[in-house]
Structure formats: structure tokens, C-alpha cells
Design a protein. Structure first.
Ligand code: AMP
Ligand code: MN
Ligand code: MN
Ligand code: MN
Length: 281
């Protein structure tokens, strides 16, 4: 069974539309897919409709990826099986997206001071109504030749401490976990090894995530080794958490695709252990 519980559409910083994403997932043999856009659930309805209309053999999990703040770090918390019609949850995500707009305006001002003018209108056009992310800035800066790769543009302009970087007031991690629970979902600590933390801090993060009521840790995400997976599973066991897996798909690259290399071994308890899943899965 192929399960991928972390992916993006063009409703945030993914490249594909919700229907293109579910078609690609089905093509790649994915049985269960969570769409987890940054601070929005806008893509879920169209994805569900496409699955229905095209009769795709794919189960869609309603998801979201919330940007949060913990110890002055930006930590991403994925919510799965949330109710996308919960008005209170939608209002909460709205405040996050408003913070994204305010941050984007400040980012554009800072870039302007560094002799890169007119960034905001270009970024707004690129985003086309999506939740505004640094990825949109990065795509624009690459397109005007400020760096040759996305990674390069983050290293030079958009990463923490660089000239276009603006710290944000994201919701506290513990509060985001409560938001997800209040919307009927489960909370997953996303890509714990992507925050460039020492082992000691990863352990502290997992401990506090669990103490705040978190449910699972993504133990498989892109570019992660089997040894890292084992270490993360040990952390899950220590804190009574289950394991999640996700490609964090934004667009196809040579090293990552939707549903690729996400298999768990039998000794791991997956987050979906008690979910109703399709028989083929
Ligand atoms: P934001 O949530 O607006 O701060 O944007 C963060 C997003 O930027 C992440 O979800 C990634 O998709 C993307 N991102 C972060 N770092 C890099 C990088 N080094 N190269 C390419 N994309 C990145
Ligand atoms: Mn992203
Ligand atoms: Mn993330
Ligand atoms: Mn993501």
C-alpha cells in the first residue's frame, strides 16, 4: 500500500492544481494521499471532486501544514483528518494567511532597500490568490536572475538572517496542536530533521511536541536515511507517538516525487493503524 501524508498544491506553494496533483498521485500508484497546503485547506474540495469525477482509486485525507513558533524557531505541524468546514479552524488559518501577507509586504520593502524593486506585485501575480510563501519570492528572484537555484536564493536572500528574511509571529506550536484537535484532526510534527537542530534539540522538540498533545512524527521525509528513520522511530516510542510519512511534494524533481520511497517497516506503528482504509490498500 502506498501512503503519502504530506503534499502541496498551487493553493500554497505547490506547482500542480489540486486535480493535477490527485491525477499524478493515482498515476504513481498512491492509494492514500493527504493534501497539506501551508495554512490553507482551499485545495481539498477540488481534489475530492476530481477524484470523484475521474473515479480515481485514491483516498484523500483532509490535511493542512501550519507554520508555528517554538523556542523562536519555525516548526511545521501537519494536521490530518481535520474537518475542512470547521468555521473556527478556518478563521484561525485566516489569521495565519494574513500574517503571511503582512510578512510578504515587509519582505518586499527589505528587498527594495537592497535594490530589488517591484517584488510584491510580481509575487502576488505568481501566487495568484494562493497562501503567500517564501517559495513565491524565491521563484520570482530566480526568474529575474538573482540566483540560479531555489536553494541559492534561500541561502542568499530568504533564509533566516538574510536580507529578505522577516521573522514571523506564527501561532505557538502547542496552540496549533490544539487548533488541529479542535477541528477533529491529529497533529504531526513535520520533517523534524529539516530545522537544522542538533540531536539534543530534536529530542527536546519531540518531547515538548508530545507534552503539548502531539500525535505523530514524520519519520520518513525526503532525503532522509534509514538510520535517521530508526532514530526518529525510537523518539516516537519514547513519547508514545505514532509514525507518519510524507514526500512533502511541491513539484516533481529528479530525487523526489509523490509517494516515492515512503515504505515503513513492520515494527513501526503508523498513524493510520486505526483509520478506515481501502481494501486494496
Ligand atoms: P514560508 O512558509 O513562507 O516561510 O516558506 C517556506 C517554504 O519555502 C517551505 O515550505 C519550502 O517549500 C520552501 N523552502 C524553504 N527552504 C527552501 C530551500 N532551501 N530551497 C527551496 N525551497 C525552500
Ligand atoms: Mn512549501
Ligand atoms: Mn514544511
Ligand atoms: Mn510541506
Amino acid at each position: 500500500m502506498k501512503i503519502d501524508l504530506h503534499s502541496h498544491t498551487h493553493c500554497s506553494d505547490g506547482v500542480l492544481s489540486p486535480s493535477e496533483l490527485v491525477m499524478r498521485a493515482a498515476e504513481k500508484g498512491v492509494d492514500v494521499l493527504a493534501i497539506t497546503d501551508h495554512d490553507t485547506v482551499a485545495g481539498l474540495a477540488a481534489a475530492r471532486q476530481a477524484i470523484h469525477e475521474l473515479q480515481l482509486p485514491l483516498k484523500l485525507i483532509n490535511g493542512v501544514e501550519i507554520s508555528t513558533s517554538w523556542q523562536q524557531l519555525e516548526i511545521h505541524i501537519v494536521g490530518l483528518n481535520i474537518n475542512p468546514d470547521c468555521a473556527q479552524f478556518l478563521a484561525r488559518l485566516d489569521t495565519q494567511r494574513q500574517a503571511r501577507v503582512a510578512r510578504a509586504e515587509e519582505m518586499a520593502r527589505r528587498l527594495e532597500k537592497s535594490q530589488i524593486p517591484d517584488v510584491l506585485p510580481a509575487v502576488l501575480k505568481l501566487a495568484n490568490g494562493a497562501a503567500l510563501t517564501r517559495t513565491h519570492f524565491a521563484r520570482h528572484l530566480v526568474s529575474i536572475g538573482k540566483a540560479s537555484t531555489m536553494d541559492g536564493v534561500f541561502k542568499k536572500y530568504l533564509g533566516r538572517g538574510k536580507i529578505g528574511y522577516v521573522p514571523n509571529n506564527w501561532v505557538e506550536m502547542s496552540e496549533a496542536i490544539a487548533w488541529i484537535h479542535a477541528a477533529g484532526g491529529v497533529a504531526v510534527l513535520a520533517h523534524p530533521l529539516k530545522y537544522k537542530l542538533t540531536t539534543k534539540w530534536v529530542k527536546r522538540l519531540a518531547e515538548q511536541f508530545a507534552a503539548a498533545g502531539g500525535d505523530a512524527i514524520e519519520i520518513i521525509s525526503p532525503q532522509q536515511t534509514p538510520v535517521q528513520k530508526r532514530e526518529l522511530w525510537a523518539l516516537c516510542q519514547l513519547h508514545g507517538l505514532t509514525a507518519s510519512v510524507g514526500s512533502d511534494f511541491h513539484q516533481a524533481t529528479t530525487w523526489n516525487d509523490i509517494g516515492k520511497n515512503l515504505y515503513l517497516t513492520d515494527d513501526v506503528t503508523p498513524i493510520w493503524a486505526n483509520w478506515p482504509l481501502p481494501a486494496s490498500a
